[in-house]
Structure formats: structure tokens, C-alpha cells
Design a protein around this ligand. Structure first.
Ligand code: PAF
Length: 283
């Protein structure tokens, strides 16, 4: 059955109200559309866990710090609806910008420290925009559970902390990154890569794996693992690394590896910015 397509906040609230009951969980998968198998995994997980599944499709203007990036972000409502239908989604909430932001928002959500490193300095205001829109979506949908991908590990950490600090009654469910056969993490932005750039992009995962292997071999510092990743990246055409860093659960840089860490990268492949990360847990 096709999901109900809803554009207005009041209509979504009206439709969801009778579905709220003890034990009748509502799952929310917040997205910006251009759905791919990474989103598919979030939806499948929500479908397995919850009685009602709501997918939100909203290209959130306040999380883009570059207007060209916002304009070029793919918008594919019809294919997204078919994608949701094939996965048994109940509601697709696709508001326009005027519905979500009838006026410039003066109340915004900042999650300090977690947002300061990695993507933070390169995308000023990005995590504030993400946290603000996710807080609004939580208040609109009022889900019991919400699903986010580990590819966006910093975003996930920001949302988990916001949920904890502001007491949103939502369980955040992290879902593992889905990769192409050559290791490239699935992302809506991959569609913008030329065939040559697409081949180059696979080096990001190879670099992360090189760092992880270096740590797994034992006795290496974070710096040595980062060097191993940089060696893997060397000479691959069209790749410009923005950051490559080993961080703890609060996204702060780690020098000596004493507990679980994330090896995180952001790189431009031509004019497409991609991010990825892997977890390393010392034995
Ligand atoms: O990950 C995304 O697609 C977006 O950042 C999110 C969480 C839907 C907020 O706009």
C-alpha cells in the first residue's frame, strides 16, 4: 500500500493521534530525501521494530552553510515515495520550507563541544541547523524511536546528546553504514560524482581501513594510524582531504588509543564533499 503523503504539520498530528497507544510504537526516519539503500536499512529497521513508520523528507535549509550546496541537493519526491512504498512505510511527511520555518527561527538548539571539531569548523552552523530541525521533527512526529545512520557519526553523537540533555522521550537507534561493493559509503551525494571521481572516492574507505589495520596491529599512536591513512590517499586523482582525525565518543581528538575510537574523514572529490568513518575498538 502507498504511504500517506502528508505536507502539513497539523494534518500529520491529526493522522498520528489515534495511532498512539501503550505498546504501539511510532518509528521516525528523518531524511532529506534522495533515498538510497543506506536509508533503506534505517527504514527496514524501523519497520521491524515499530507498528507505525514515518519517514520525513525535508531538505533543511538551515543546515546548509553554502547556498550552492542547498540548491544542488537532489530532490526526487516521486522515486522516494516508491522507495517508501516498497518498504512498507505508513506515512511520508514532506513539508515545504514555509511549513517548517514560517518565520526565521529565533530559538535554535546548540550542542556544544560535540559539534566543535571535525565537520564543525568547516560547516559553520551546520550542527545547529541539524539539531534544531531534528528537535522540531521530534516535536511534530513525537516518535518512540528514531533511526540515524552511523555514516554521519558526528551528527548521531549530536542528536543523541541533544535527546539526553533536553529529555526528548525518544530512543535513538544507530544503524550501521551501508557500503557499495568497493567500500564507498552510500550517500545521496555519490550521484553527483563523475565515473572517474566515483572510482577515486573508494579510496576514502581504503584509507580508513589502512588506519584501522595499523591500530589493530598494535603499538601505534593515532598519529601513526593517520599517516597510514594519508599514505593510502596519496596520488589518487581529484581527492582533497579536509580532515582526517581519530576521535573519541565526544568527537575530541585522541592521541593514545586506550578505548573505542572513530577514524573519521571528510574529503572533496572534485566539487563533491563526502564524509565517512569507521570504529576501532582495542581488544
Ligand atoms: O542526515 C540527514 O539527512 C539530515 O541531516 C537530517 C538528520 C534529516 C536533518 O535534516
Amino acid at each position: 500500500m502507498s504511504p500517506a503523503l502528508v505536507h502539513s504539520i497539523s494534518e500529520l498530528r491529526r493522522l498520528l493521534a489515534p495511532l498512539r497507544a501503550p505498546g504501539a510504537t511510532i518509528g521516525c526516519v528523518p531524511t532529506m530525501g534522495a533515498l538510497h539503500e543506506g536509508h533503506g536499512r534505517l527504514i527496514e529497521r524501523a519497520r521491524a521494530d515499530c507498528r507505525t513508520v514515518v519517514v520525513t523528507l525535508f531538505v533543511n535549509p538551515i543546515q546548509f552553510n553554502r547556498s550552492d550546496d542547498l540548491e544542488r541537493y537532489p530532490r526526487t519526491l516521486d522515486t522516494d515515495l516508491r522507495f517508501c512504498e516498497q518498504r512498507g512505510v505508513d506515512f511520508v511527511f514532506a513539508p515545504d520550507a514555509a511549513e517548517m520555518f514560517p518565520a526565521e527561527p529565533l530559538a535554535r538548539v546548540d550542542v556544544d563541544r560535540l559539534a566543535d571539531r571535525l565537520c564543525g569548523p568547516f560547516r559553520p552552523g551546520h550542527f545547529r541547523g541539524v539539531a534544531t530541525v531534528v528537535a522540531k521533527l521530534f516535536n511534530i512526529v513525537q516518535p518512540d524511536r528514531a533511526y540515524f545512520g552511523e555514516k554521519d557519526a558526528q551528527q548521531l553523537a549530536v542528536i543523541e546528546r541533544m535527546t539526553l540533555d533536553l529529555n526528548f522521550p525518544v530512543t535513538i537507534v544507530p544503524v550501521a553504514t551501508v557500503r557499495e561493493a568497493d567500500g564507498l559509503a552510500m550517500s545521496s551525494r555519490n550521484a553527483r560524482l563523475s565515473p572517474e571521481q566515483r572510482r577515486s572516492a573508494a579510496v576514502l574507505y581504503r584509507a580508513l581501513e589502512a588506519a584501522r589495520e595499523r591500530l589493530a596491529a598494535g603499538g601505534s599512536t593515532a598519529e601513526q594510524a593517520e599517516d597510514a591513512a594519508r599514505a593510502a590517499l596519496a596520488g589518487v586523482p581529484d581527492v582533497r582531504v579536509e580532515y582526517l582525525e581519530i576521535v573519541d565518543a565526544e568527537m575530541q581528538p585522541v592521541r593514545e588509543i586506550a578505548g573505542p575510537v572513530r577514524i573519521a574523514i571528510a574529503a572533496w572529490i572534485g566539487d563533491v564533499r563526502l564524509i565517512d568513518n569507521v570504529l576501532f575498538e582495542p581488544r
